[in-house]
Design a protein around this ligand. Structure first.
Ligand SMILES: [Fe+2]
Ligand SMILES: [Fe+2]
Length: 277
């Protein structure tokens, strides 16, 4: 059994099977919070996380251009959409455990670890919710090809915790807040209640993950006495390829601690019809 939080993280990262990975993630999160509550916290420790997490043999990972286009009007299209979300959630489990294990040389308050352990546990639930929906539709995670490039943001930022916070929770997970309401609509119109309920859970909990990113980004800016907005722009331009896509979910982004002057200057403003809400 892993003795430290960093070892728990590596135990999750080196497990290939999705349901098994998420079961370990949940068990380690429960152990972490039980020990915190008992006043005998598990030490963070140090470990050597793999550059890339272990993954199952299926899904086959392909360049996004070679992943077939999804037409959400059909049951097959809706399966493809849920499959893509399941893939994102499994990556998110690993991303949160990776930030825990990757930067243990930087002293952080216990709340930093609480937040990412909680986020990793929630992503584990999200992956299982998506798998349950797929299985209910006679499919499963691994049945379709998936996006190969999803770990790139992690690899690009292995040496930069602030770059990691800027790109992963504050750009990629914030993008989830923009697109999830449209997805919920697709499943609501199809009468797919199980998928609607699952996506609503994901939508509600993802606000917290973006907020953790913003909180710890601001904390580190304070520690180094740097301007958070300028630093965010610099790091996103450095590590994130391409501009941010519109439209933005301004309300949920604000709730998560992301003001418009953080993301609007990075936006792709073509076509011009999109304006701030
Ligand atoms: Fe999630
Ligand atoms: Fe998330």
């Amino acid at each position: 059994m892993p003795q430290t939080l960093a070892e728990m993280a590596v135990d999750v990262l080196t497990c290939a099977h999705g349901r098994e990975k998420t079961a370990r993630s949940h068990a380690h999160a429960a152990a972490w919070f039980a020990a915190r509550d008992a006043g005998t916290p598990i030490p963070v420790g140090r470990a050597d996380p793999p550059l890339r997490p272990a993954r199952p043999a299926r899904p086959e990972l392909r360049d996004p251009r070679d992943v077939p286009k999804r037409k959400p009007g059909s049951p097959q299209g809706r399966i493809a959409l849920l499959h893509a979300v399941a893939h994102i959630e499994l990556n998110a489990v690993d991303l949160h455990w990776d930030i825990i294990a990757r930067f243990t040389d930087i002293p952080m308050p216990p709340g930093f670890y609480d937040d990412w352990v909680k986020a990793a546990d929630e992503e584990s639930k999200h992956f299982n919710l998506m798998c349950d929906c797929l299985e209910d539709m006679d499919s499963h995670y691994g049945a379709l090809p998936a996006h190969a490039g999803m770990w790139r943001a992690a690899e690009d930022t292995t040496g930069d915790i602030m770059g990691r916070l800027a790109v992963v929770p504050m750009v990629l997970e914030a993008r989830g807040l923009d697109v999830t309401p449209g997805m919920i609509d697709i499943f609501r119109k199809a009468g797919a209640d199980q998928a609607v309920a699952a996506l609503e859970t994901i939508y509600a909990e993802e606000v917290g993950h973006v907020a953790y990113g913003s909180k710890w980004f601001h904390f580190l800016c304070g520690r180094h006495d740097i301007d958070p907005r300028d630093e965010f722009h610099r790091l996103v331009r450095h590590y994130f390829r391409g501009s941010l896509k519109l439209p933005f979910n301004a309300e949920k982004r604000a709730e998560a601690g992301l003001p418009p002057d953080f993301y609007w200057p990075l936006a792709d403003e073509t076509p011009k019809k999109h304006q701030p809400r």
